[in-house]
Design a protein around this ligand. Structure first.
Ligand SMILES: Cc1ncc(COP(=O)(O)O)c(C=O)c1O
Length: 388
């Protein structure tokens, strides 16, 4: 099976066709938004075609096949024994963590994040008038670790109610170890902090790293909600279908009650059909895209090390997002923007988005594309850095 590249310009793709509104330049090379420039696995296309040919597009109710496919995937690849009744629906993980934040906390309550982190988590706290507590990860070169003492102190001093975690961690590519996850969870237990473990990147883990669902590492069911999806794994984000796993009955009832109030518990038929097909038949395709991503990563890492060693990158333990450090060259957001957009012609996610001033000299590159496009980005960065 060969991965099929799609030139997505002109397909109303957010990554390629919203460049003008987001960056003010429609002609940039799009290396931002975390989706892929590849057609979905053939088993998904077939299932969708079959549905189009045989079904009427009335209201949809997901059947046993959908839940079984997900349950089997979690068990087989992640060792998580999920019960059918724990699985709740969400049209996306971003709406889901916003909903939980809304019913589990009150205005001004404190929400803690390990920064830099996926910026919709920051916005969830800010836009809903919660107090955002940023506990910066500790950086040593481009290796990141957690300052557990600071994490606990921040929680205790600010009476934190909710911790939203990215595992694996977007944007720095860390796959948290069981020891790290357990320490975080024990601190949260001690201080009565509800945890959302966002595991949407669970299927992108490389080398000797292994993803452990947080919920499997201890008796955390009373204060841990896991969120995951096939959307990142199989490039289905536009179909809006995600899983929220809530083993605790009381928490689950609060989630469902909130959904009833806003009447958003039914998803799009195509999302369910695609996700079921993906979990049932998409593994070989996933292995191919993972190989593509990792070889893109090695190429960027090795080429920068040889040509422009002062630009450093984080190790890609997990995710398909590469965190790159330009601190030897740039101090301000304006300098980064001028260089990336005006000189190199590339749209990256800017470091500042992931937590503010501390992350200005960083950018995040999306590696889920062709070698040719990655090379184009790498060569323009090298060319322009050498001119500085
Ligand atoms: C950590 C993380 N959570 C959630 C999402 C997106 O979630 P959704 O599209 O399901 O709202 C992303 C997308 O990049 C992500 O990186």
């Amino acid at each position: 099976m060969a991965l099929k590249y799609i030139d997505r310009r002109g397909t109303d793709s957010a990554k390629w066709d919203a460049l003008d509104s987001q960056f003010g330049d429609p002609d940039l090379l799009a290396m931002w938004v975390a989706d892929m420039d590849f057609k979905e696995a053939p088993c998904i296309t077939e299932a969708l075609k079959k549905y189009i040919d045989t079904a009427a597009f009335g209201y949809y109710s997901p059947g046993k096949g959908y839940f079984d496919a997900f349950i089997e995937w979690e068990k087989k690849y992640h060792g998580y024994d999920v019960k059918r009744e724990w699985i709740c629906f969400a049209p996306g993980i971003v709406p889901a963590f916003n909903w939980v934040l809304l019913w589990a906390t009150k205005p001004d309550d404190a929400v803690i994040l390990l920064t830099p982190v996926y910026y919709p988590m920051i916005n969830a706290a800010k836009w809903n008038d919660r107090t955002l507590i940023q506990c910066d990860l500790v950086r040593n070169g481009m290796d990141y670790t957690i300052d557990f003492e600071k994490f606990e102190k921040d929680i205790a001093e600010n009476d934190v109610k909710l911790f939203i975690m990215s595992s694996p961690h977007n944007p720095i590519g860390r796959v948290w170890t069981p020891e790290e996850l357990r320490r975080l969870m024990e601190i949260c237990r001690k201080h009565n902090v509800l945890v959302i473990s966002d595991e949407i990147h669970q299927d992108f883990v490389f080398g000797d790293n292994k993803h452990y669902p947080t919920a499997t590492l201890g008796d955390y069911d009373d204060f841990c909600i896991t969120m995951t999806a096939a959307s990142k794994t199989f490039n289905l984000a536009g179909l809006q279908n995600s899983m929220v796993i809530i083993p605790n009955e009381e928490l689950r009832e609060r989630y469902l009650e909130y959904q009833r109030r806003i009447h958003t518990y039914e998803g799009n038929a195509f999302g369910f059909v695609a996700v079921e097909a993906a979990y049932k038949g998409g593994r070989a395709w996933l292995e191919e895209i993972k190989a593509q991503i990792y070889s893109n990563f090695e190429y960027v890492r090795d080429t920068f090390a040889k040509e422009i060693p002062d630009v450093t990158v984080a190790d890609l333990q997990g995710t398909y997002l590469l965190w790159m450090n330009f601190e030897k060259y740039f101090k301000t957001q304006e300098e980064v923007k001028t260089f990336m957009q005006d000189k190199c012609g590339i749209a990256f996610d800017y470091g500042e988005w992931f937590g503010g001033d501390n992350f200005v000299p960083f950018v995040r590159m999306n590696l889920a594309t062709t070698h040719e496009l990655v090379d184009q980005a790498v060569q323009s960065i090298i060319r322009e850095i050498k001119k500085l």
